[in-house]
Design a protein around this ligand. Structure first.
Ligand SMILES: [Zn+2]
Length: 305
């Protein structure tokens, strides 16, 4: 009998995170012989769906190096995790993918997770890292469309073309795609919303839970951004646990144009409303009324720059 001892990846070659995530989905065993994520992905393939949720502690036990990379550089590694999810689905379905967008969401059941940060503990060192925090939703904005792919028309030559919108500030074309056309001023182009792509977008405010509050302190809060199917998932008064990327943007409202002050928010990857029965035990009637009062305040939501 031949026993294969050759490892798939050699330690001297650079890590390929997409392959590493594929290995994790295929070979992670909950208990011997129980391939937890392989089973989940088979289910998603059979029933249809575009979201996979995995526990951070599972990845940590299977591939600590990859888990650490995910914590430090979630923006890039989440893309890799999605690629690996799509590759695994394609493998199972014989090459077909039925959705345009796929999502990998990360959760944890570990109360002592290394990703956990209390809201008042969020600091500049956490920027662009994956964080796990809990609190009470005190405000939620209306759901708004956010532009992701803009189609512009050149008013000089009539050409239409797409510009990807990756940040919260709209990117206007600086030249025309028709290379014989000299158009470059902002007024030379028109945004065609009908031919552009939008996603659902919502901003919520999460406040520290009373039991996390040092005596006599005012509760701190953090803004969190929900997109796609995560919008409208929680309402003011709900206790939530959130996994997300701690982001910073230059505060445009600052008087000085040269401000180096940034404001921060959580770009949510996964949101878990806690058990409602727990909420009734932990929040008094007065606290609940206070939260609902704040939620009804007719103030305009602070916009992300
Ligand atoms: Zn043109």
């Amino acid at each position: 009998m031949i026993i294969i001892t050759q490892p798939v990846s050699s330690p001297t070659t650079p890590i390929n995170p997409v392959q590493k995530f594929e290995d994790f989905y295929r070979f992670y065993e909950d208990s011997p012989g129980e391939y937890k994520y392989q089973e989940q992905i088979k289910n998603i393939d059979a029933k249809g769906g575009n979201s996979l949720v995995f526990l951070y502690e599972d990845l940590l036990s299977y591939d600590p190096k990859l888990a650490e990379m995910l914590k430090k550089d979630p923006e890039r590694l989440l893309d890799d995790a999605v690629e690996a999810f799509k590759n695994t689905l394609k493998f199972l379905s014989g090459g077909k993918l039925s959705y345009e967008d796929y999502f990998v969401r990360i959760s944890t059941l570990d109360e002592k997770s290394t990703l956990g940060v209390p809201i008042r503990g969020l600091r500049s060192k956490h920027i662009d890292q994956l964080v796990w925090l809990k609190g009470i939703t005190i405000r939620s904005s209306t759901i708004r469309p956010r532009l992701t792919k803009a189609t512009f028309e050149c008013l000089v030559c009539g050409a239409t073309f797409e510009v990807l919108q990756l940040t919260s500030k709209i990117k206007w074309p600086s030249f025309c795609t028709n290379n014989r056309c000299k158009a470059k001023a902002k007024s030379d182009f028109r945004l065609i919303t009908k031919k552009s792509e939008f996603i659902d977008w919502q901003s919520i405010t999460i406040q520290e839970v009373p039991e996390d509050l040092p005596a006599g302190r005012i509760p701190r809060s953090v803004q969190a951004i929900l997109t796609h199917e995560l919008v409208d998932y929680v309402k003011p008064g709900d206790r939530v646990k959130v996994m997300g990327i701690f982001r910073s943007v230059l505060a445009t409202s600052m008087r000085s144009n040269n401000s180096t002050l940034f404001k921060t928010f959580i770009e949510v990857n996964y949101i878990d409303p806690e058990d409602k029965s727990e909420e009734q035990i932990d929040i008094t009637k007065e606290e609940k009324e206070e939260i609902l009062k704040i939620a009804k305040e007719p103030r305009i939501q602070t916009k992300i720059a």
